[in-house]
Design a binder for this molecule. Structure first.
Ligand SMILES: *Cc1c(COP(=O)(O)O)cnc(C)c1O
Length: 357
């Protein structure tokens, strides 16, 4: 069977070894004679998986002890709402507008108070990461988007603020080392770097959680997830199971630093194809803001782009069309995308450029 060159933006490629392992034990999880999706989420077999998944996250990310590791549902989009519902306690909340997802997060916050832009990259179609920020007094928190999936920009280092920092890491979590202690809340939908859609990771500092609003419906409160170890209701067991396997895979690769190094080399293959094309390919992001996860570029004309995508499709490249809101091309090279696939894409880009000079 031939696997595709999968550059999908999300849901996206999973490590092949993880898929095979899940397939092999799908009918009989942990010697129960049942599938992992057939057993109680209160069983000792599931509990072992649940606890191990949290422990692996703590180990791989270096999550300090005073942070809770929570498994929520509803994707990154529900986090936009939960963050504001729980933590919009003062007059304002600050949002750094680096693209579509940041904008959507800010829109949800506006239901809870005055959300304002601490900075914006909209003036140049979100092709860069802002470097100066305006934080007003009476600001509850500042919200950042670590990697801008649609535009292909990523914070290379994170700015520091005097207010609590909330960060959407949906599209670059565990792709590189971050210092968790620099953030008060990190969240990420699983379906880009961690596993299937269905589980959303939230990592929240206990001291910050203590400041959360209490009079909220049960399932909107992070406190419920913290008090009940993310087992107040049925968690998305299959998604967590797949995340568990992906975390083992990351560990087997040598951990986050090894994965990050690999990601940098993968992205470089494709960025080099852009930079060495003498303007045949035009990168969207400023060089100092380039994402290692989502590589966005245009060709000189829409006709050339169409031809590039059509021939790419025929050669087995999947997901290399740009997001409908920016057009052009985008290759998402998340953790699970193999080096060889990035090399194949870079080779195709060079060949296509030569044939269409
Ligand atoms: C994909 C994505 C989201 C949205 O995730 P859903 O799980 O579909 O709600 C949010 N933020 C970023 C940065 C993303 O890439």
């Amino acid at each position: 069977m031939k696997r595709a060159y999968n550059f999908n933006a999300g849901p996206s490629a999973m490590p092949e070894a993880v898929l095979k392992e899940a397939q092999a034990e799908f009918l009989n999880f942990a010697d129960t004679g049942m599938s992992v999706i057939e057993i109680s989420h209160r069983s000792k077999e599931y509990d072992a998986l649940h606890q191990e998944t949290k422990a692996l996250l703590r180990e791989l990310m270096g999550i300090p002890d005073d942070y809770h590791v929570l498994f929520c549902q509803g994707g990154g989009s529900t986090q936009f709402l939960m963050v504001a519902a729980n933590f919009f306690s003062k007059k304002y909340a600050a949002y750094v507008n680096t693209g579509v997802w940041a904008g959507k997060a800010m829109k949800e916050a506006a239901f809870f108070g005055e959300a304002y832009e601490a900075a914006s990259s909209a003036d140049r179609n979100h092709s860069y990461i802002p470097e100066s920020f305006t934080i007003r007094p009476e600001t509850s928190y500042v919200h950042l988007t670590a990697n801008n999936t649609i535009y292909g920009t990523e914070y290379q280092t994170f700015p520091h603020f005097d207010v609590p920092v909330v960060c959407d890491m949906s599209s670059d979590i565990l792709s590189r080392r971050v210092n968790v202690a620099d953030f008060d809340l990190i969240y990420a939908g699983a379906q880009k770097n961690l596993g299937p859609a269905g589980v959303t990771l939230a990592i929240v500092k206990d001291a910050f959680l203590q400041t959360a609003r209490q009079n909220l419906p049960t399932m909107l409160k992070y406190q419920t997830f913290a008090d009940k170890d993310s087992l107040f209701n049925t968690p998305p067991v299959f998604a967590i199971y797949m995340v568990n396997k992906t975390l083992h895979w990351i560990k087997n690769q040598g951990g986050v630093d090894a994965v990050a190094e690999n990601n940098a080399r993968k992205a470089k293959l494709i960025y080099d194809a852009i930079d060495e094309s003498e303007g045949f390919y035009i990168g969207h992001a400023d060089k100092d803001a380039r994402s290692r996860m989502n590589i966005t570029f245009n060709l000189r004309t829409p006709e050339l782009e169409k031809a590039f995508l059509a021939e790419g499709k025929a050669r087995g490249f999947v997901g290399i069309g740009g997001h409908r809101s920016v057009g052009g091309c985008r290759a998402s090279a998340y953790n699970a995308v193999p080096m060889a696939h990035c090399q194949a894409l870079a080779d195709y880009m060079k060949e296509f450029a030569q044939n269409h000079q």
